[in-house]
Design a protein around this ligand. Structure first.
Ligand SMILES: NC(=O)c1ccc[n+]([C@@H]2O[C@H](COP(=O)([O-])OP(=O)(O)OC[C@H]3O[C@@H](n4cnc5c(N)ncnc54)[C@H](OP(=O)(O)O)[C@@H]3O)[C@@H](O)[C@H]2O)c1
Length: 197
C-alpha cells in the first residue's frame, strides 16, 4: 500500500523506515517540497521511498501517518488539505506538547480534550486512530527489548479503523491494546505521551 507520512522528524523517519521494511511505498511530507531531512531520508531508504509536500504526501497515502510537531499538527493538516484525508485511516502519532518555554513541555488543550479528538474533528471524513505516541521513536518498529515488544495503545472512534491499525502495529511486531471509548482513551494516550518523557 501507499503510506503518506506527514513529518520529517525522528518519528516520521522511524515509522517511514518501518513501512518501507514491510514492503510498502512511503512518501515523507514536509512544509517545503525539498526539505533536507525528507530528501536525505528518501535517498537512504531506497526505491520505495519518496518525499513531497504535506499535500502531495496526504494525497499519496492510502494510509496517512500524522507525525508532526504536536502544536503544529492542525497547521500541517491545513497545509495538506482536509480533502486529501477523506475515507482514509490516519495513524496519529503526535502528542499535543508545547516545549517552546523549555522543559518539561506543557500539555496543550488541558485534560478536557486531546489531540486525537481534535484531529478527528478537523478530519470528520477520515478515521483517526491514535497509535505510536506512547513510545519513543526507537521503540516504534520492531523494538528489541528483553521481554519482547511492548503493548501499543491505540484508540479511535471507528472499530474498523482500529482493527486495521492493530494489524499494522502487529506487522511491526507490537502487540496492541485497544479500548472502545474514543474520548477518554485518547486523553489517556496523550497523558501517556507526557509521562513517557
Ligand atoms: N520523538 C519521539 O520519540 C516521539 C515519540 C512519540 C510521539 N512523538 C510525537 O510525534 C510527533 C513528531 O515528533 P518528532 O520528534 O518526530 O518531530 P517534531 O520535531 O515534533 O516534528 C517535526 C515535524 O513537524 C513539522 N512542523 C514543525 N513546525 C510546523 C508548523 N508550524 N506547521 C506545520 N508543520 C510543522 C516539521 O515540518 P518540516 O518537515 O517542514 O520541518 C516536521 O515535519 C510529535 O507530535 C511528538 O510529540 C514523538
Amino acid at each position: 500500500m501507499n503510506v503518506g507520512v506527514l513529518g520529517s522528524g525522528d518519528v516520521g523517519k522511524a515509522l517511514g523506515q518501518g513501512f518501507v521494511q514491510l514492503g510498502h511505498r512511503v512518501m515523507m511530507g514536509s512544509r517545503e517540497p525539498n526539505s533536507a531531512g525528507a530528501v536525505a531520508w528518501a535517498a537512504a531508504a531506497g526505491p520505495n521511498a519518496s518525499h513531497g509536500t504535506f499535500a502531495q504526501t496526504a494525497q499519496f497515502g492510502d494510509v496517512v501517518v500524522l507525525a508532526t510537531l504536536g502544536v503544529a499538527s492542525a497547521n500541517a493538516i491545513r497545509l495538506a488539505g482536509t480533502d486529501q484525508f477523506r475515507g482514509k485511516l490516519v495513524l496519529d502519532a503526535t502528542n499535543p506538547l508545547d516545549a517552546s518555554k523549555g522543559m518539561p513541555p506543557v500539555l496543550v488543550g488541558g485534560v478536557g480534550d486531546s489531540g486525537g479528538e481534535k484531529h478527528q474533528r478537523l478530519l470528520p471524513d477520515a478515521h483517526v486512530v491514535k497509535a505510536f505516541n506512547t513510545v519513543g521513536h526507537a521503540l516504534m518498529f520492531r523494538p528489541q527489548l528483553p521481554g519482547g515488544p511492548p503493548d501499543m495503545f491505540i484508540c479511535g472512534q471507528s472499530a474498523d479503523a482500529k482493527k486495521r491499525a492493530a494489524e499494522i502495529c502487529s506487522a511491526g511486531r507490537s502487540s496492541t491494546s485497544a479500548e472502545s471509548a474514543p474520548r477518554t482513551t485518547s486523553r489517556r494516550c496523550a497523558w501517556c505521551g507526557c509521562w513517557r518523557g
